[in-house]
Ligand binder design. Sequence first.
Ligand code: PHE
Length: 451
Amino acid sequence: MANLNNSGEREQWGSKIGFILAAAGSAVGLGNLWKFPYMAGKNGGGAFVLVYFIILFLVGFTLMLAEIVLGRYTQLNAIGAYRKIGKKWAFVGALGVLAGFLILSFYSVVGGWVIAYLVKTLTGALNVTDAEVLGNMFGKLISGTTEPIFYHALFMIATFLIVLGGIGGGIEKSSKILMPGLFVMIIVLAIRSMTLPGAVEGIKYLLVPDFSKINIDVVLDALGQVFFSLSLGMGCMITYGSYLSKDSNIPESAVTIPLIDTGVALLAGLAVLPAVFAFGFEPSAGPGLIFITFPAVFAQMPFGTLFEIMFFILVLFAALSSSISLLEVCVAYVVDEWKMNRKVATVSLAFVIFLLGIPASLSFGPWAHITLLPGKGFFDTFDFIASNILLPLGGLLLCIVVGWIWGTDNAIKEATNEGQLEFKFASFWAFLVKYVGPVAIGIVFIRSLLG
Ligand code: PHE
């Protein structure tokens, strides 16, 4: 049976910490380690980080709670959950599944680069200190045809094998071991990076905002990044919340998960940008930033190769604990709504998403000249549509559904386990969901449409 355990009940997380780790595992991934540093580098450093924090506080925590609560209340997948609140809202869930589909296609391409780098480290091919050589090496990898697609396929295969294992089996167990390991590793890296000669400039770049750099593009990128990094706006936390038991503490989880996620993103920024300045790279180098910078940092460390192997293994697992949640949203939908066999659903979805990722991969090489949106090839277009449009739009509609249709009183009742739990900020949260969320997201959208 679909998403049910042997006794016919909906599967549930094995423990409270199991859910937090799995949800944090979904949130923490390439969004933090790969995308946050390059987005910050591209958008003026501190200016981006400041806007990111403002959006995190206004909508990040708020929507995290809204999604988890909606999931646990309905015990359904993203579309089913919205439908249960009102038939005509099912399309919001469908938008989310579509976003997950798109994101996974290019996410898996980057996941493939991580595997490729792991292989290169193991074979000693990365044992270079020259920054320019490292830059060329990355360029050569992503502009290729068969090599990046091969690794993209490997990443996709790993993703669906874990999802086939089911919720408790695959997702929960791996998160328990690997998340703490990643945390320690990234702290070591940040320390090394910040103590390199010339690193201070990078620390300043990341932490001291230059207000003149803030414009609507920076705000839209930061908005998209908050949603992307927290796995919000596409029903991922609805799906994970649907496997939560009725006695879990949702308000606490909704604070803990964003805090862990933001901590990792900031540490990743502190591991990358100081080194970027120390080695004389360009902060605006784009998607390749971490792949060029990290090997250069490792080359400056005792036992660098050993650390590098461990590091890429951990990044790979962080990426997988996110990619499985992206696939899980799509699978849960097909299984719950179309009553499709879970195995068949998983394998066929993974295959179609793999195909969609191929043009994303080729857009760094043979198809670089093809643009879908102004100045954006397949990869950037998929990312832009999913992260900067579909996810915030999903978030806006989530605010409307939870704040106005289902109603914040009902939501708070669910969040406090019918009044058994304390939720100090309940009325402030209600205000944020009903007014601040929709207005803030709406303004950013309208402003960026006006250009
Ligand atoms: N949050 C994940 C990351 O930062 C990516 C993701 C987005 C996962 C949306 C699920 C849903 O890597």
